[in-house]
Design a protein around this ligand. Structure first.
Ligand code: B1M
Length: 211
């Protein structure tokens, strides 16, 4: 039978077909999608990241792993999206300007929409101005920002500043996350919440809305 280590390995090898096939097998066998993400897919991505850092892997290896992960997440999406939950609140979410990493943000968006939030996903490389425009247009309860690069993390603070300058800060809660982001950094830039992963983003957002 397929196991989580095999999923991690297939992803590390950038083998999209095998990653999807093993993900399907595990799901059918009753493994929770959350566990498949954390202990299979994300574990594999961690290995890819380490190999990229050490010079063993190059950009195409990261791209192949990203494609495999996206395909496997599509398999898990229906299982993550519970239905019939009344709407808890509206969330506008995006990866900040200069940053193309969208897999983690997609996971967070899927968890939120699967748990009763109406999610407007702006994609990646979202400028400060686009965040402000979307907040004005959608009037969300929460603005979610993701950053995977130490160089793009400061953009999250710029969005918060722009929310203040546009008289919107009191109307929304701001939640931030992404691999290099910490609770301390969230406090430093004046965000309302920080979540380490997609699963934890749900209780953080619920708590901020008092629900
Ligand atoms: Co890039 N990359 N990458 N990359 N990449 C990292 C982030 C890196 C750590 C790799 C490394 O060196 N070890 C490194 C960043 C170093 C740093 O700044 N500290 C890096 C680099 C350097 C780069 C480039 C600069 C490489 C280059 O061109 N020389 C380049 C930058 C491009 C750009 O953005 N401008 C680049 C490009 C890419 C690809 C395009 C090839 C691809 C991204 C494809 C895509 O996303 N569509 C890619 C990938 C795949 C990675 C790694 C290997 C994996 C990222 C990922 O998808 N993880 C990554 C190494 C790593 O993270 N271990 C790396 C899986 C995902 C589920 O986890 O995104 O952490 P994560 O999301 C989690 C949590 O962080 C959290 O919940 C998610 C789900 O549980 N979370 C939130 C995320 N957002 C949240 C928001 C929230 C709450 C929680 O609230 C709103």
């Amino acid at each position: 039978m397929a196991d989580l280590a095999q999923v991690a390995r297939a992803l590390d090898e950038g083998d999209r077909e095998k990653t999807v096939q093993l993900t399907e097998e595990l799901l059918k066998a009753g493994t929770s999608p959350t566990e498949i993400i954390a202990k299979g897919l994300q574990a594999g991505m961690g290995a890819v990241g380490e190999k990229f850092s050490s010079g063993e892997y190059f950009l195409p290896d990261m791209l192949m792993a990203a494609r495999a992960m996206k395909a496997a997440l599509e398999v898990l999406k229906p299982a993550l999206e519970k239905t019939g939950i009344p709407t808890i609140g509206k969330v506008v979410i995006g990866t900040v300007e200069g940053d193309m990493h969208d897999i983690g943000k997609n996971v967070v968006a899927t968890f939120l929409s699967g748990n009763g939030f109406e999610v407007f996903d702006m994609g990646s490389n979202v400028s400060v101005q686009r965040f402000i425009g979307e907040v004005k247009a959608k009037q969300p309860d929460i603005v979610g920002m993701s950053a995977l690069l130490t160089t793009t993390m400061p953009v999250m603070g710029k969005v918060i500043k722009a929310l203040e300058e546009n008289g919107l800060r009191a109307k929304v809660k701001v939640v931030v996350g992404g691999a290099p982001v910490t609770q301390d950094y969230a406090n430093y830039i004046g965000a309302d919440g920080y979540a380490h992963d997609g699963g934890r983003a749900v209780p953080v957002c619920r708590q901020l809305l008092g629900k």
